[in-house]
Design a protein around this ligand. Structure first.
Ligand code: ADP
Ligand code: ZN
Length: 216
């Protein structure tokens, strides 16, 4: 089964595409952002450590996030069933640690997809993003409005803004992306693994482009 990395700036739609891939093909999504938010919500030690970075738009330390991912790669069901790494690796160091972990498990990546969206649209999307406090479903007050304002279509839970989606933190996250994550695209480009796609359209349009790019 296929093993992918989804790469791109915050707001590029990686998580949405990973979810749609899961629904269509049963590939498992491993989102470090979702995992860290679940830890924060549960009030674990890992969650407490992560919060100070996340709320400031900074990256959680490489060793911490890599441990989260490698624990999942060690699960034979995940290794055999295929997966999408969504939001990992985010630094060249993480990419190197991932390579080492994959090698230990005798796994290789099939493709790395880079979703590209211009900066102004990213900021617009991020600041308009709302998430369900109960189930985590993602909406957008401009592009993907819930049926009733402030209420989750899926479960009826309340929609909130992620603290790191405030404009000032979103600006910082984009700067962190340029500085620390953009080099990861070059890392995979040099290995011939990178496919760059536009993430600027509507999600259905982007998903069609993604399927085509992956030959699915
Ligand atoms: P987005 O892609 O919209 O920025 P995520 O949900 O992927 O959002 O990540 C939210 C935050 O979680 C990041 O800004 C960062 O602080 C932390 N995080 C997630 N994945 C990683 C990672 N691979 N390395 C370091 N920090 C991470
Ligand atoms: Zn919900």
């Amino acid at each position: 089964m296929a093993r992918y990395v989804f790469l791109g700036p915050p707001g590029a739609g990686k998580g949405t595409m990973a979810e749609m891939m899961g629904a269509a093909f049963g590939v498992r999504q491993i989102s470090t952002g979702d995992i860290l938010r679940a830890e924060m919500k549960a009030g674990t030690e890992l969650g407490r450590q992560a919060r100070q970075y996340i709320d400031n738009g900074q990256l959680v330390p490489d060793e911490t996030v890599t441990a989260i991912v490698t624990a999942r790669l060690a699960d034979p069901a995940i290794a055999a069933g295929g997966f999408i790494l969504d939001g990992f690796p985010r630094t060249v160091r993480q990419a190197e640690l991932l390579d080492a972990a994959l090698e230990r498990h005798g796994l290789t990546l099939d493709r790395v997809v880079l979703f590209e969206v211009e900066r102004e649209l990213l900021l617009t999307r991020l600041t308009a993003r709302r998430v369900c406090k109960a189930c985590g479903a993602v909406f957008n007050t401009l592009f993907n409005r819930p049926r009733a304002e402030g209420v989750c279509d899926a479960c009826g839970g309340p929609l909130i803004q992620r603290t790191d989606d405030s404009r000032s933190t979103a600006v910082e996250r984009l700067a962190v992306y340029e500085r620390q994550t953009a080099p990861v695209a070059d890392y995979y480009r040099r290995r011939g693994l990178l496919t760059a796609l536009s993430g600027a359209g509507h999600k259905d349009e982007n998903f069609a482009r993604l399927r085509q790019g992956l030959g699915l």
